[in-house]
Every structure is written in C-alpha cells, then in structure tokens.
Design a protein around this ligand. Structure first.
Ligand code: GLN
Length: 488
C-alpha cells in the first residue's frame, strides 16, 4: 500500500479503483497521520476509529461490487457544526460540548451516499462566529504554514487539516467568508455555492439567510467533484432550491479565452490591503490575461457598506437562532440555580463564549423596538443595493475578481482584543453572502515570509461551473496550489 504525498481526490480514486489500496487502508493511513500530528494543530475534536473503519469496510464492499462513484472510499473531515447521527456535534461551544446528534445533516448524508468515509469532526470558531478560529471553546487551531499563526476562521479546523494532510478534503460553512478566508490562509481552494444550492438541514444555524455549506480542498477539480455530490434539493430545508444537480467536473476543461473578469475599483483600492497581497493579485491578473481572459474595470459603489450591513444582519439572525440554547432539552445546563429563569440565565452565561455573547447582544439590540428601523431595516436595504451593484457589474463582466483577505495569516492573539479589526478582515468576502452569490478562493502566491495568499472569484447566481472552470484553468497554468506546508 502507498499513498502519494498530498494526493488529489482523483489520484485517490484511481488508487482505490485499481485496488492499489483499500478504503480501510486509506482510512487507517489518515488515522495514523492524525495520531502523529493532531496535537500540534488542535484540529480534530472527535474521532471514532471504529466507526471510520466500519464506514471504510462498507466502501470496500461497494468497490468490490464494481461501483464506480469517483468519491467512493475517500476520507473526509466534517466541520463540527454538521450533525452526524451518533457523533458528538459541539459547534466549538461549551453549550454543546456533550451534544450527540440524533440525525445526520443532508450534506453529510449525500457525501456518505457517494461513498465518503467520515474521519472525524474538526474544530471551528464557536457557532461559526470568527475569522481566526480563536473563539473555539476547545482552543485555537494552529496554521500548518506557521503554527504561531491563525488558520483563518471559522472553518479553521477544516482548512488546517486539509493543508496538513490530516484529511484529503473537508466540509466547511460560509456565512461571511468562513470557507474562503481559511482556504486563503492555508493555500487551499474552497467554494461557497449560491445560497440554496446546499441544504442547511442538520447544520447548526448561525445566520440562516447567509449560511451555506461548501467544500475545502486542494484544487478546483477536487472542489468540483465534492460540490456536485453536496448539492441538490432537500424538502427538509425551506430555502433549498429545486434545480438539477450539475456535474461541475464536466465543465473544467473549457478554454477561458474571452472570459470577462471584472476588477471592482473599490476592492482594488481598498485601504489596508497588504502590499504583498496587491502584488500577488497583479501577477495573477497577468496569468488570467495570458489565458485569454479580458480584464474589465467595474464599480460596486455600495460594496463598502457590506461589512456594516453584515455585522447587523448576521448578529440579528444569530440572536434569534441561538435563543433555542436554553439548557432545557440538550446542551449545557448550569449545576446550581434558583428557579427556571435563573437556570436559563446561568446556563447561557456559562455555555456561551465572549464573542457569541457580543453577537447576541448586538443582534438583540438591532432587532429591538425603536432600533429595528434604524439598523436592521437599513441593513436589509443595503443588501438589496449591493446586489443591484453586482447585477450592474455583470452587464460588463462574467466573474468578479478580488483578494480573498486583505492580509495573510496573522499571529495568534494579534487581533483578539479588537473585534472591529477582526471584522474588517471580512471586507472582501461578506458581500457574496449578503447577495447569495457563489464565490470561491484559490491560491495565487506567497508573501516574503512564505505565507499563502488567496484570490477570490465571485460569480452570478448559479455560475459555479464557470467559476470552477476558470479556477481550474488558472491552476493548470500555475503551481501555487501544489505547494504544501513543511513538516507534515
Ligand atoms: N468572520 C465572519 C464572522 O465572524 C464570518 C464567519 C462565517 O462565515 N461563519 O461572522
């Protein structure tokens, strides 16, 4: 048995289907790597080798029966906000530290049907609130590129485990950038699909009108394979869209000659963008041109309001969603209390961390009588105006390009005292959640210290195929995405 270093999903599928390796051997290979490296990174929160190997044995039987699915027998890690029947699902919170899910999220169910083997559940910012994975009750995740730096958030565990090859791919969720920004910080490729394409059933909710699941992997091709398996209508999610499932891989080889890529002037002149990030984007633009793409300047006049609008809408929805955690039916319950109200208060005060409490307070405030019109309604109006800006831009371009984040992975602890500074790191990503458009991040260079830099593509609704195709062509012409951190 041999597993190539930092394998693509296609390489793994070939090894499995040609019987060079069994699904059980492959799962064991990853369990061994996790045993060696997990303590350095603090990625996996729950492991269950017996279940993982039982899953893998089932896949070996399916392989032996001649089943052809490209994902059959391939291991995957799941962000710890996807419920999986019988697995602990903590959402990075003390509130759910002992919660064992009684059912399985649709996205995970679909990936299992496709034959993917669950390696375990991975760390994340508490209730997906954060940009650095430092808000987890279970401690910060370390970036494999430099363990003294953050991996990004909130899907920091998903990104760190794929970058360190403690899983070949992972699920993530993205409410304001949590798939894209950690992908950028760890040299990975991740896509947030159009709102409604992936079912939210079984995903612990943060902000329901913004949350979307998506894959974090090492290439556009890997993301295409995973996304096709994750999407599809689900009657158990009222916002799920009834559209045919697309085979994204079938579109990857098309030429992008004549593709019009919009460069929003507001994103390219954004104050606070690191010079190394700016330089990497300029080099990437030269690559896009060499592939025959046409660069067009566009304008998104209202996009500067996306961070303020997001930090009203997301906390508002969070304050409502998180009201269900009251210590009564499941989750943390205070040991000592006087009466029912005291039990609610103490359970919530003990169960939630500081950032989650901050969001609940902000959200409750902006929804309260007297402030609702001034904040929440204004933010919803801005959402529409930002969507109008994009609609206008798509009159002139097919995809929009920007950095994914204004800077590379920063040192652990460097922004924890200043939430506003942390929020500003989401400047390029939140617009796609406010509008519901698909967006992805892919590697486009390194800074002077060798830290990865990511660029973002945003597309019109349901333009995932075009976006993944463009990213694939970029990755055929470059090797940034093939670089991996040392020591793993
Ligand atoms: N960083 C953003 C926040 O803290 C986005 C988080 C996410 O996408 N889950 O809200």
């Amino acid at each position: 048995m041999s597993v190539s270093a930092y394998p693509s999903l296609t390489q793994l599928a070939q090894a499995l289907h040609s019987r060079q390796i069994s699904a059980v051997e492959l799962a064991q290979h990853y369990l061994d790597r996790i045993a060696t490296h997990n303590a350095k990174l603090n990625v996996y929160l729950s492991l269950d080798a017996d279940r993982t190997l039982a899953d893998a044995r089932e896949c070996d039987a399916r392989l032996a029966a001649g089943e052809q699915n490209a994902l059959l027998g391939i291991p995957i890690a799941h962000k710890d906000l996807f419920c999986i029947d019988g697995w602990r699902t903590t959402c990075g919170s003390k509130m759910l530290h002992n919660f064992v899910a009684p059912y399985t999220a649709t996205v995970v169910h679909k990936l299992r049907e496709a034959g993917m083997v669950t390696l375990g559940k991975v760390n994340m910012d508490e209730f997906a609130m954060g940009s650095s994975n430092e808000n987890s009750y279970f401690g910060a995740v370390h970036n494999p590129w430099d363990p003294l730096r953050v991996p990004g958030g909130s899907s920091g565990g998903s990104a760190a485990c794929v970058a360190a090859d403690l899983a070949p791919c992972a699920t993530g969720t993205d409410t304001g950038g949590s798939i894209r920004q950690p992908s950028a910080f760890t040299n990975l490729t991740g896509i947030k699909p159009t709102y409604g394409l992936c079912s939210r059933y079984g995903m612990v909710a943060f902000a329901s009108s913004l949350d979307q699941a998506g894959p974090i992997a090492r290439s556009s091709e890997d993301c295409a394979l995973l996304l096709s398996a994750m999407t599809g209508f689900d009657e158990r999610d009222s916002t799920s869209l009834a559209r045919p499932v697309v085979d994204y891989r079938a579109h990857l080889q098309q030429s992008i000659k004549g593709l019009r890529i919009g460069l929003p002037k507001e994103f390219f002149n954004a104050a606070g963008t690191d010079t190394a990030v700016q330089a990497a984007l300029q080099q990437a633009i030269a690559v896009w041109r060499s592939l025959g793409a046409e660069m067009v300047e566009v304008s998104l006049p209202k996009v500067d309001y996306s961070v303020p609008a997001y930090y009203v809408v997301a906390p508002a929805e969070a304050s409502s969603n998180l009201s269900r955690f009251d210590g009564v039916r499941y989750g943390h319950r205070a040991a000592l209390y006087k009466d029912l109200n005291d039990m609610y208060k103490k359970s919530r005060a003990e169960g939630f961390g500081a950032e989650v409490k901050r969001r609940i307070l902000i959200g409750t405030y902006v929804l309260s009588h007297g402030y609702y019109d001034a904040y929440y309604v204004q933010a919803q109006k801005l959402r529409r105006l930002i969507a109008d800006d994009f609609a206008q831009a798509y009159q002139h371009c097919d995809l929009v390009l920007s950095p994914t984040a204004p800077e590379c992975a920063y040192p652990l602890g460097s922004k924890t005292d200043d939430p506003l500074k942390m929020y500003l790191g989401d400047i390029f990503t939140v617009a796609a959640n406010l509008t519901g458009q698909p967006a992805m991040s892919l590697p486009c260079g390194f800074d002077a210290q060798g830290l990865p830099i990511g660029m973002q593509l945003i597309g019109n609704y349901f333009d995932e195929a075009r976006m993944l195709n463009a990213a694939q062509q970029f990755q055929l012409a470059t090797d940034y995405h093939l670089q991996r951190p040392k020591g793993f």
